[in-house]
Design a protein around this ligand. Structure first.
Ligand code: ADP
Ligand code: 5GP
Length: 206
């Protein structure tokens, strides 16, 4: 069938260390057609992170310049760094019928919801505070001060979870991935994303 399909906006939030990057990387491997929205950030790259693939890494000056020229669909200061979603690729990909995946913070999700109310908004919860602390320090990518700041911010972020459409507890990784996949596939099957599907099939019965 050649029916027009509309792209889905799939937004995933979590407190730092909950396992969001791990889950989203697995989802992207499974669904290569899912386009990852590459954010701009003023944070320094972590070992292994690639400019233009994980993030567009930039100075605060460059970020401010882009922000002031309306480049971002949303932006926020998170854990002391600036992050923003370039608008253009999102609009282009959705228009081309591609689903777009967003790894952003809760403040960014709020802004995005005002522009794209029809997306799916998912919140990943850690199983406990102790496990979140273990994962954050276990990852070994942040200094103890940064880990402490991210843990302090976690309560405020988790408090926003009830406003999301879906909650996924990332205790056992495979179970959490099963749930995330189920949500993605269900949202992908929404009637509004395939406006011509029934009519095209009906035409064959005419
Ligand atoms: P986030 O992107 O939410 O900050 P990461 O995906 O980087 O978190 O995960 C933080 C750490 O926790 C990583 O070392 C990752 O391997 C580990 N991790 C992720 N999910 C699980 C899980 N379900 N059980 C145990 N460890 C996990
Ligand atoms: P990290 O520094 O660990 O990659 O990301 C820190 C936080 O910033 C995470 O919660 C991540 O989802 C969020 N983030 C990443 N990109 C964006 C973005 O474009 N906009 C907003 N608002 N948050 C982002």
């Amino acid at each position: 069938m050649t029916t027009r399909r509309l792209g889905l906006l799939f937004v995933v939030c979590a407190p730092s260390g909950a396992g969001k990057s791990t889950l989203l990387a697995a989802l992207c491997r499974e669904f290569p057609e899912l386009a990852f929205s590459i954010s701009a950030t003023t944070r320094a790259p972590r070992p292994g992170e690639v400019d233009g693939r994980n993030y567009h890494f930039m100075s605060e000056e460059e970020f401010s310049r882009l922000r002031d020229t309306g480049h971002f669909a949303e932006w926020a200061r998170v854990h002391g760094n600036f992050y923003g979603t370039p608008m253009r690729p999102v609009v282009d990909q959705l228009a081309a019928g591609r689903d777009v995946l967003f790894d952003i913070d809760v403040a960014g999700a709020d802004q995005l919801r005002q522009v794209f109310a029809e997306g799916a908004y998912v919140f990943i919860l850690p199983p406990s505070k102790a496990e979140l602390a273990r994962r954050l320090s276990g990852r070994g990518t942040e200094t103890p001060e940064v880990v402490a700041r991210r843990l302090e911010n976690a309560a405020g972020e988790i408090a926003q979870a009830p406003r999301f459409d879906y909650l996924v507890v990332n205790d056992d990784l495979d179970t959490a991935l099963d749930r995330l996949r189920a949500i993605y596939l269900a949202e992908r099957s929404r009637t509004r994303l395939s406006p011509d599907l029934v009519e095209e099939l009906l035409a064959q019965f005419a």
